[in-house]
Write a protein that binds this ligand. Structure first.
Ligand code: AMP
Length: 301
């Protein structure tokens, strides 16, 4: 186990190993396992920011070696979504990874991950059908499939995922449990910019004006928490207030406002017990999500 205090020392001495093929990554994973080293894994689509770096830091704290994957997964993008324009900046990302002291970058090509005769997909039923699964056909099938493939290639002992993608985390946890996968899923809290905006690779699509509009997502959640603290328990009252806040500035197109159970994603009428408030909205071309967990008269993020 590597202790936190050793991370700075490791940063000075380590070089980042890059695996661009599945066979190379498997070879590295096999060698690490043979040496009894624990493998921490942080799957990403690149364009790394502070949210990703928090996950990597957690992995460095708890695992002997940290593998970060950068793969813009085509199967989780809908036909009219931003697969082609999704920001890609590998050189920059490599510099950031070197600065964090991550050990291995796995950066496979789409043709190798999904060759022409590719046939197999993983579907986590029920919880995939709510929120982000409702209007994004096949999104969670794409996510679960690529994560299972990555787990099989990287063979991590622990895998780190951000609570920014709350529902994605639940889908992955369900897959790990249902398929008896030998990996511990570690949740990492959502990381925000100083002004409250949830960090996201898609934030770079935002013009300065759109960024101001985008701030209404986190602001509406803060106001919701304040209202719940003051005693409001009606989900409709809270949802209407969130909607008003999101639509206050022009240019915000709401996909959903969900007030629901954080595990089953069933909608709640009354905010009793632990409740997830999740929002998805488009600002310009950027599809943004944000969420918080609230409890009656007590809130936590
Ligand atoms: P992505 O590259 O957007 O697919 O994200 C890769 C991982 O980073 C996922 O586990 C995300 O939940 C996590 N992540 C992205 N943004 C944040 C954030 N602002 N805070 C915490 N985790 C994040």
């Amino acid at each position: 186990m590597i202790e936190t205090k050793n991370i700075a020392a490791r940063r000075e001495t380590k070089t980042l190993q890059v695996a661009s093929s599945i066979s190379k990554m498997k070879e590295i994973a096999e060698s690490l396992r043979r040496q009894n080293l624990t493998i921490g894994f942080v799957p990403t689509m690149g364009c790394l920011h502070g949210g990703h770096l928090r996950l990597i830091k957690k992995s460095l704290e708890f695992c002997d070696r940290t593998v970060v994957s950068i793969f813009v997964n085509p199967t989780q993008f809908g036909r009219d979504e931003d697969l082609d324009s999704y920001p890609r900046q590998l050189e920059d990302d490599i510099e950031k990874l070197e600065a964090t002291a991550a050990d291995i970058l796995f950066h496979p090509g789409a043709e190798e991950m999904y060759p022409q005769n590719y046939k197999t997909h993983v579907q986590v039923q029920d919880i995939s059908e709510y929120l982000c699964g409702k209007n994004r056909d096949g999104f969670f099938i794409g996510v679960a499939t690529v994560v299972l493939k990555l787990f099989n290639i990287v063979r991590p002992h622990r895998a780190f995922f951000g609570e920014k993608d709350w529902q994605q985390l639940a889908v992955i946890e369900a897959m790990v449990e249902d398929l008896n996968l030998d990996v511990a899923v570690v949740r990492v809290p959502l990381v925000r910019e100083p002004d409250g905006l949830a960090m996201s690779s898609r934030n770079r699509y935002l013009s300065p004006q759109q960024r101001q509009t985008a701030l209404s997502l986190s602001r509406s959640l803060r106001e919701a928490r304040d209202n719940i603290r003051r005693g409001t328990t009606s989900a409709k009252v809270i949802s209407d207030a969130i909607q008003r806040c999101l639509l206050e500035k022009e240019g915000c197109e709401i996909d959903y406002i969900a007030i629901c159970d954080p595990e089953s994603f069933r909608a709640k009428e009354q905010i009793r017990g632990r409740t997830l408030i999740a929002i998805a909205a488009k600002v310009g071309v950027a599809r943004l999500i944000d969420n918080c967990i609230v409890e009656e008269n007590e809130c936590s993020e």
